[in-house]
Design a protein around this ligand. Sequence first.
Ligand code: CP
Ligand code: NVA
Length: 349
Amino acid sequence: MAAAIKSRLAPLPARPRAAAAELPALAGADFIDLADFTPAQFTALLDWAAALRRHPKRYGRLLAGRGLAMIFEKPSLRTRVTFDVAMQTMGGYAVFLDFTDSPLGEREDIADVAHNLELWLDAIVARTFEHASICELARAARVPVINGLSDASHPCQALADFLSLRLLFPGFRAPARKSGRLKLAYVGDGNNTLHSLLEAAALTGIEMSVATPPGYEPAVAVWARAQRLAAATGARLTVGNDIAAAVRGAHAVYTDTWASMGQEAEATRRARDFAGYQITAAVMAQAAPGARFMHCLPAHRGQEVAAEVIDSPASIVYLQAENRLHAQKAVLASLLGAVPGARATAKSS
Ligand code: CP
Ligand code: NVA
């Protein structure tokens, strides 16, 4: 199914043209939230990820001898594997640090963790419960720190998702719409994944419409930040509780789990509150003809999405998963100053 979708992908430029101009500034930076980047930098990251996707062998030694620390307080399949494979397939290596039994900062100060890891390794990716832990790690570390998902955001996921959208809708232009603008709908929890998707939508100038159950809207600060970015790019963002309004005319419909990692105790209440917010074939029928279904995974068939939707040809969930690898490569090579034509600089903080 994913292969069939992939075969219809439009080609993108093989060379990271914009990357050469925009990505040098990212050398030594952290990758915490998409709103920390300019629209041009985000577009350059997408270009660069597309080039890495198209020519993996050409860039097989970019990170030769470089090492990545991978701190995980929560389980992971996609993020862990793609960061590890990204390092290895660019000539580097990754060291997994299991923090699932003892969160960052419990055994020793976060700054001490940072000052040790920076002695041996070139970058750190961290998946934490508290967004503040990643920020503290980034403030302390002299090497780049990457947010591999926190309670507040999931920037690597949104970067990969917008790579998927760009491959399917080049330049984010959708011929079916008079405005030529891509419309992404999100139905479900106003959580970490949605926060980063809103920022990506704002950076790329697309239309994004969100429907959450009452009380589960995105965080006010994230919404305000995305709106400020949207004012600069012309993106159109709306948030409400009405599924039909959100999905009407959408070219892609996205959802995520109703109970994120760490919210397991709320699962019963959430299942009640989210009843009626499942993506069914009837919901997809209200979107644009041929609309795609998206999910960051892991998915729960029969809860946030019906099996008939996620397992249908409209679903691009495995393309999204595949693109996690190319997006991680783009982020790693950029932060480590390894983009061809980019000069490495020391982390400024
Ligand atoms: N989508 C995602 O981040 O998956 P994992 O939790 O398996 O890393
Ligand atoms: N919102 C989900 C995303 C998993 C990739 C969670 O935080 O568990």
